[in-house]
Write a protein that binds this ligand. Structure first.
Ligand code: 5AD
Ligand code: SF4
Length: 481
C-alpha cells in the first residue's frame, strides 16, 4: 500500500492495516502488525518486523492466522486514540476464542497510557513504547510464560541505526527512512515530546547505506523522516558545538547532499520541516539537486503571532512569511504545504481571521487541517483552558478547509499544460487501465498505463486536474541508464 508522504496519516488512513508478509519463519509463529498515525510509526513497524524476523517470526497479512498481533498507535489527537481503542476491543473478543494469542500495543499510546491498558482495561498483554522495540522478543516471551509485559522506557540515544527494516509497503518504489527520533520543541499542543522522548539524530553513514540499499533493490524514492528534520545534527550539540573534533559533523543540508549523490534516479523527499530551523543552506541544497523534490511541508499551525506564542512555536507570522519568501527566492518552482490547527485555546475570531488572511497570502499548495484536541500533560493542557466551543472550532475548520480547497485546485490548475516528470508508483486505485505516480511537487498524477511499469520515470503531459489529482498522458519514458 502506498502511504501519503509524511503527515499524520490517522486522519486519512486510520483503520487501514499495514500488512507484512515475509518468508516463512523458523519458529513457526506468525506476526501481524497494524499501524496508525504518522509516517514515523509506519517506518517503526518495519523496524519491529525486522527485530522479530530475526527471532524467526514470519509476518502475515491475515490476522486470523497470527500468533502475535501488534498495534502501532498514535496519540496526536483524541480521535486517533479512540479508533485504536475500538480496534483493541475487537481483539479482546478474538482473544477469548484463541487464548494463546498475544496482543501488544506499540507506539505513542503505549508510551502515554503505560500500564493502564494492561491493568485497568485488560485490552492487551504487552505494552512497548517507541524506544523499547529491541526488547520485544523478551516481552513476548514474558507474555507466553503467563505474565503481562511492559517496557516504556524512553532512551536518549536509541535510533535503531543498525537495524535494516523489513519493507512492509510492498510498492517497492518509495520508502521512508528515519533520520531523527523524538522532539525537543515542546509545542504546547503536542503530545509527541512526551510519547517519543528527546530528540536524537541517527548516524549519517547508516542513513546513507539504507538509502543506497533501497536504490540497489529497485526503490526510486526515499523520504527522510523526522519530527523536525531541520534540527538533524551529527557530532554536534544543540548549540552547534562539535562533540568529537576528530570526526566530521553533519547537518541536515549536508545529509541531503550526501543522500542525493547516491544516484540522480533516486528521488529524495523529507518531512517535516520547521519554520524556526529551516535554513537557506537547506534550500540551496534542494535547489542544487534535481533529484531532491521541490516540495516542502512547513507547518504554520496559525496565522496569528499571539496564538503562535501560546503554541510555543518560537516564530512569528512575519518570520514564517520570511521563510516562504526565502523558499520562493531560492527554489522558484517549489510546492509548499502546511498544517493548520483551528480553535486553539483562547483563539478569538480576529486571531482566526489572521489564519485566513495568511492562507490568502501564502496560498499553500496543500494543507492538513485539524480541530485542536487537548492532550493530557501537554503545556497547553496545564497552562490554558480548551475554551473554544467545539462548534466554533468546527465552523473555523470548515472555513479553512473550504479556502484550502480553492487554493489546492488553483495550484493543480497551474500544472495543466505542462510536461512533468512522474515516478510511477503502481496501478491507479480507480482503474486497472491507469497508472498513478507523483510529480516533483508531490501531486498524484494518473494516466493511461501503456507499456509502463512501477519504478519507471515518465514525462507526462498534464491535461486536466481536480483539487487532489492531475490527469495526463505519457509522452516519453525517461532513460535511467
Ligand atoms: N490537536 C490538533 N492537532 C494537533 N497536531 C499536533 N497536536 C495536535 C493537537 N493536540 C497537528 C499539528 C501538527 C500535526 C502533525 O498534527 O498541526 O503539525
Ligand atoms: Fe509536536 Fe512541535 Fe515536535 Fe512537531 S515540532 S512533533 S508539533 S512538538
Amino acid at each position: 500500500m502506498t502511504i501519503e508522504l509524511n503527515k499524520e496519516i490517522d486522519e486519512t488512513r486510520q483503520g487501514e492495516a499495514t500488512v507484512i508478509e515475509t518468508t516463512p519463519s523458523s519458529n513457526g509463529k506468525k506476526l501481524y502488525v497494524e499501524s496508525y498515525g504518522c509516517a514515523m510509526n509506519f517506518a517503526d513497524s518495519e523496524v519491529v518486523a525486522s527485530i522479530l524476523a530475526k527471532e524467526g517470526y514470519a509476518t502475515t497479512a491475515d490476522v486470523e492466522e497470527a500468533d502475535v498481533v501488534l498495534i502501532n498507535t498514535c496519540s496526536i489527537r483524541e480521535n486517533a486514540e479512540s479508533r485504536v481503542r475500538n480496534r483493541l476491543t475487537n481483539f479482546k473478543s478474538r482473544k477469548q476464542r484463541q487464548p494463546g494469542l498475544v496482543v501488544g500495543i506499540l507506539g505513542c499510546m503505549a508510551e502515554r497510557l503505560k500500564k493502564d491498558l494492561l491493568e485497568e482495561e485488560k485490552l492487551v498483554d504487552l505494552v512497548a513504547g517507541p524506544d523499547a522495540y529491541r526488547d520485544l522478543p523478551g516481552l513476548i516471551e514474558e507474555v507466553e510464560s503467563g505474565q503481562k509485559a511492559v517496557n516504556v522506557l524512553l532512551s536518549r540515544d536509541e535510533t535503531y541505526a543498525d537495524i535494516s527494516p523489513i519493507r512492509l509497503d510492498k510498492n517497492g518504489v518509495s520508502s521512508f527512512v528515519s533520520i531523527t527520533r523524538g522532539c525537543d520543541n515542546m509545542c504546547s499542543f503536542c503530545v509527541v515530546p512526551f510519547t517519543r522522548g528527546r530528540e536524537r539524530s541517527r548516524d549519517p553513514q547508516t542513513i546513507y547505506n539504507e538509502c543506497k540499499d533501497l536504490f540497489d533493490q529497485g526503490y526510486r524514492e526515499v523520504t527522510l523522516l523526522g519530527q523536525n528534520v531541520d534540527s538533524y545534527r551529527w557530532n554536534m550539540t544543540s548549540k552547534g558545538e562539535i562533540k568529537d573534533a576528530t570526526k566530521p559533523t553533519t547537518n541536515f543540508a549536508e545529509l541531503m547532499d550526501m543522500v542525493a549523490g547516491i544516484s540522480p534516479h533516486l528521488r529524495i523527499r523529507f518531512s517535516t520541516s520547521h519554520p524556526k530551523d529551516m535554513t537557506d543552506e537547506v534550500l540551496e541544497v534542494i535547489a542544487k539537486h534535481e533529484n531532491i523534490c521541490n516540495y516542502i511541508h512547513l507547518p504554520v499551525q496559525s496565522g496569528n503571532t499571539n496564538v503562535l506564542d501560546r503554541m510555543n512555536r518560537s516564530y512569528t507570522r512575519e518570520w514564517y512569511l520570511g521563510r516562504i519568501e526565502a523558499i520562493r527566492r531560492i527554489i522558484p518552482d517549489c510546492a509548499i504545504s502546511t498544517d493548520i490547527i483551528s480553535g486553539f485555546c483562547d483563539e478569538t475570531e480576529e486571531e482566526h481571521n489572521d489564519t485566513i488572511s495568511l492562507m490568502k497570502e501564502v496560498k499553500w499548495d496543500f494543507a492538513y487541517m485539524y480541530k485542536y484536541s487537548e492532550r493530557p500533560k501537554t503545556l497547553a493542557e496545564r497552562r490554558f483552558e480548551d475554551n473554544v466551543p467545539d462548534d466554533v472550532k468546527g465552523k473555523r475548520l470548515t472555513e479553512i478547509i473550504d479556502l484550502q480547497q480553492v487554493h489546492s485546485l488553483e495550484a493543480n490548475q497551474r500544472h495543466v499544460g505542462k510536461i512533468q516528470k512522474v515516478l510511477i508508483e503502481g496501478r491507479s486505485k480507480r482503474s486497472e487501465d491507469f497508472l498513478a505516480g507523483r510529480n516533483d511537487h508531490n501531486v498524484k498524477v494518473v494516466f493511461p498505463k501503456g507499456e509502463f511499469s512501477k519504478g519507471d520515470y515518465v514525462m507526462v503531459n498534464i491535461t486536466d486536474c481536480t483539487a487532489a489529482t492531475l490527469l495526463g498522458e505519457v509522452v516519453e519514458l525517461v532513460n535511467q541508464d
